[in-house]
Design a protein around this ligand. Structure first.
Ligand SMILES: Nc1ncnc2c1ncn2[C@@H]1O[C@H](COP(=O)(O)OP(=O)(O)OP(=O)(O)O)[C@@H](O)[C@H]1O
Ligand SMILES: [Mg+2]
Length: 298
């Protein structure tokens, strides 16, 4: 097989998987589509899983029905962050050992989780019959407003795959120079296969709003200059000790520390994702304070 064929085959696999995922969740309820939001990053450890779980909670608190799809099965982070142990994942559904409904984890936090089966190899190479079975199973899952997909890090095919069916891709970086460079790298990989993708940048672990803005501007400017793509600034999340504390306690920081700086930032991010006015949920105390400080920033 020559290189051109190899690339073409890969692209076909990309498209196949994108359409499988798209079809899987495209029909949440008759007439309403589930919005797919994929969280990804170039560098590992920047906070994707932590923010997926907490964002799931924030969106659920805003009245949305949320399904969190943990597509980073290798590390199975989401369940650890919530202190739940999934016995089964999508692999068992594909193999016919379980129904999709049986593998859904319903959290006390008010959103549901599905543990994926290591994305690319399993989903992309599914024979047509199993693919349509899976799509049909997802179609029977009704009523989700939003599906969040937590991916692994990096530019590998399976990570990029999960960005393809998304309505919005949130690329997460920290202010670390290596994370910034890798954020640019993942944006480039996405743009190569999906030039019109709605990509948003989220800066995690910023030590000030100025730092958050500067990091975002850097990534946005180089993406515009070298890739000719418009990346939107979704905002930033403060570096906050409460995040690590909550990870240790296997509970979302948004729940344990609702008035923390990180939670206040997350409220803004969730509202922006929903393209809504800022939520009024925390209109007093430190949350309101930070919201007032940060909202005009971005
Ligand atoms: N805003 C924050 N403030 C302080 N610490 C944070 C913040 N966000 C994340 N962290 C820390 O970073 C650690 C790594 O986060 P997480 O596991 O969510 O990253 P990830 O991007 O999902 O990693 P991987 O690429 O391995 O999947 C967390 O355990 C937490 O302690
Ligand atoms: Mg993770």
């Amino acid at each position: 097989m020559n290189w051109t064929q190899l690339i073409e085959n890969n692209l076909r696999d990309f498209m196949d998987q994108a359409s499988t995922l798209r079809q899987m969740v495209g029909k949440a309820e008759p007439g309403t589509a589930t919005q797919i939001i994929t969280l990804t990053s170039g560098k590992g450890g920047v906070g994707k899983s932590t923010l997926s779980v907490n964002l799931g909670l924030a969106l659920a608190a805003a009245g949305k029905k949320v399904l969190l799809f943990d597509a980073d099965l290798g590390l199975a982070n989401v369940n650890v962050l919530l202190g739940v142990v999934p016995k089964f994942n999508l692999y068992h559904v594909i193999k016919g050992h379980k129904e999709l409904e049986d593998i859904i984890i319903r959290t006390p936090e008010g959103f549901d989780i599905i543990a994926g089966a290591s994305g690319y190899s399993v989903l992309a190479n599914l024979p047509e019959k199993e693919r349509s079975k899976l799509v049909a199973a997802f179609e029977r899952l009704t009523g989700y407003d939003i599906m969040l997909i937590d991916t692994g890090a990096g530019v590998s095919a399976n990570v990029v795959d999960f960005t393809l069916p998304a309505d919005k891709v949130v690329v997460i970086t920290t202010p670390e120079p290596t994370a910034i460079t890798d954020a640019y790298g993942i944006i480039k990989s996405i743009v190569l296969v999906a030039p019109d993708k709605n990509i948003k940048l989220l800066v995690n672990r910023a030590t000030s709003s100025l730092e958050g803005r500067k990091v975002a501007e850097r990534v946005i400017n180089i993406s515009s200059q070298f890739l000719n793509v418009r990346v939107e600034n979704l905002g930033f999340i403060y570096d906050d000790d409460n995040v690590a504390k909550s990870v240790r306690r296997q509970k979302p920081f948004y729940q344990l520390f609702p008035h923390s700086k990180a939670s206040a930032c997350l409220d803004i991010v969730a509202a922006r994702l929903l393209e809504q006015e800022l939520p009024l949920r925390r209109d007093s105390g430190i949350g309101a304070f930070f919201r007032k400080i940060f909202s005009p920033v971005m």
